[in-house]
Structures are given as structure tokens and as C-alpha cells.
Ligand binder design. Structure first.
Ligand SMILES: Nc1ncnc2c1ncn2[C@@H]1O[C@H](COP(=O)(O)OP(=O)(O)OP(=O)(O)O)[C@@H](O)[C@H]1O
Ligand SMILES: [Mg+2]
Length: 232
């Protein structure tokens, strides 16, 4: 766990962001409805709120998987809503995303899953060495050659987290990363995220239904019907 330069966690500035979906006929569903918030560099923020409140949509907007209808999203000083195709692809490569369903490639070993995002691009670091280092950092030293089917759910999520970090992202987005895990394994994976944050300084936004995990974050952002609710 040396050599790799520490990324500076990104500051995230969300200003009056809206995203509506058409739901048949002329109906519009306001999934994210005028959200403004600032996330300081290197912060660990929980995104909470009931099912359908807009957590995933907001994460997708932050990850530039979706574009907002209006508003701006600045990440490390760049308004990602104004980027062209190529710059957007660069942006997406520079952040890490972890999903509830681990989305590992079943035919690839743990090590190759971690390398997969950077396989097609030239990197300043040795890809295999970096992947080994990250697998060790998530507690999977010795399991580099295991196929996902031979790993437990918690271990698969650890591989997914290592994969999300392969590019030293300044921002990590996690959508219910513990949602498919039992509570103890979920707590361990969450603990791992907090450790990685301390090691790498990555800004992390974690959508979670688990009040215990949300409490353990430095900040909680609560959504209701696409709007921010004042923190309790
Ligand atoms: N692609 C889409 N097309 C139409 N409606 C959508 C789409 N994505 C999300 N929605 C709607 O937007 C609202 C917010 O959904 P979102 O997935 O962001 O909620 P969530 O807070 O992540 O919920 P959960 O806790 O169940 O994951 C919901 O009413 C959902 O049905
Ligand atoms: Mg969701």
C-alpha cells in the first residue's frame, strides 16, 4: 500500500438539481426536485430516505450516468453537466461506483475484475500490482485468482470496492453497498469503506437504508420525494 499517490478527495457542489422521469402519458415524476448541497473534500456522507425518495437518481446524476434536467453539479471545480462526450467518459473513469449487486464479471478472477476498468487504457501505474495492492487493502490477499462464484457475498463486494478504487478516484459513489449482505457482513464492508476513506482521502457518498450505517457517517443527507430534508 505504497507508491500510489493519494488522490485529493473531490469537493462536490450540487446546485438546484432537478431530474424528472416521464411515467406514461403526460405524467412527470420528479425524482430529484431542486436539490442543493455541498460535500466537502474527503467527507463520508450517507444518503438516506425512504424507497423512491431519489437516492439512486441523485447518485446517478453525481456519477454522470444521467444528466439533470436543470441545475449544476460541480465535482472538483468542473461542472459535469456541461461536459461533452469525451470529457464525460474521462470523468466517469475518474470516479468509483459500487452497486448493491456487485456486478462482477463471473468469468474473470478477482484480480482481473479489479483490473477490468483500466484494462483498455494506458495507466501510469502497473495494473496488476495496483490490483494486488487493493485486494490486500480490502482483506483479500491470497484470493486474487478466485472466481466470484467461489467468494462469499461480502468478499464479492470487497472485490467490487477494490475495482471501484483502481483508478484512485477522488469520489466514490456507493448505492446500497451493504444491501445484499447480512447485517454483520454489511457492517464489515462499511467499516472497510471508512478505513479506505482514511487511507486514500476519497470523498464518499453512500446511499443506505441502514440507520446504523448512516449514523456512522460524518454527515447524513436525507431525501424525501426528491427533496432534501433538514438533518435531524
Ligand atoms: N429510469 C426511470 N424511469 C422512470 N422513473 C424512474 C426511473 N428511475 C427512477 N425513477 C423513479 O424516480 C423515483 C426515485 O427513484 P430512486 O431509484 O432514485 O429512489 P431510491 O431512493 O433510490 O429508492 P430505493 O431506496 O428503493 O433504492 C422513484 O419514484 C422511481 O420510480
Ligand atoms: Mg435506490
Amino acid at each position: 500500500m505504497t507508491e500510489t499517490p493519494l488522490p485529493q478527495g473531490a469537493e462536490v457542489l450540487v446546485t438546484d438539481v432537478r431530474k424528472a422521469f416521464r411515467t406514461g402519458g403526460d405524467q412527470q415524476l420528479r425524482a430529484v426536485d431542486g436539490v442543493s448541497l455541498r460535500i466537502g473534500p474527503g467527507r463520508l456522507v450517507a444518503l438516506t430516505g425512504p424507497s423512491g425518495s431519489g437516492k439512486s437518481t441523485l447518485l446517478h446524476l453525481l456519477g454522470a450516468i444521467e444528466r439533470p434536467d436543470s441545475g449544476s453539479i460541480e465535482v472538483a471545480g468542473t461542472d459535469i453537466t456541461a461536459l461533452g462526450r469525451r470529457a464525460l467518459a474521462d470523468y466517469r473513469r475518474g470516479i468509483g461506483i459500487v452497486f448493491q449487486r456487485f456486478h462482477l464479471l463471473p468469468a474473470l478472477t478477482a484480480l482481473d475484475n479489479v483490473i477490468a476498468p483500466v484494462l483498455p487504457v494506458r495507466t501510469a501505474f502497473d495494473k496488476r500490482a495496483r490490483a494486488r495492492e487493493l485486494l490486500a487493502a480490502v482483506g483479500l490477499a491470497g484470493r486474487e485468482d478466485a472466481l466470484p462464484s467461489k467468494l462469499s457475498g461480502g468478499q464479492q463486494q470487497r472485490v467490487a470496492i477494490a475495482r471501484a478504487l483502481v483508478n484512485s478516484p477522488s469520489l466514490l459513489l456507493a448505492d446500497e453497498p451493504t444491501g445484499n449482505l447480512d447485517s454483520r457482513t454489511g457492517a464489515e464492508v462499511f467499516e472497510l469503506l471508512t478505513e479506505l476513506r482514511a487511507t486514500y482521502g476519497t470523498t464518499m457518498v453512500v446511499a443506505t437504508h441502514d440507520p446504523g450505517l448512516a449514523e456512522a457517517c460524518e454527515e447524513q443527507v436525507r431525501l424525501h420525494d426528491g427533496r432534501l430534508q433538514a438533518a435531524e
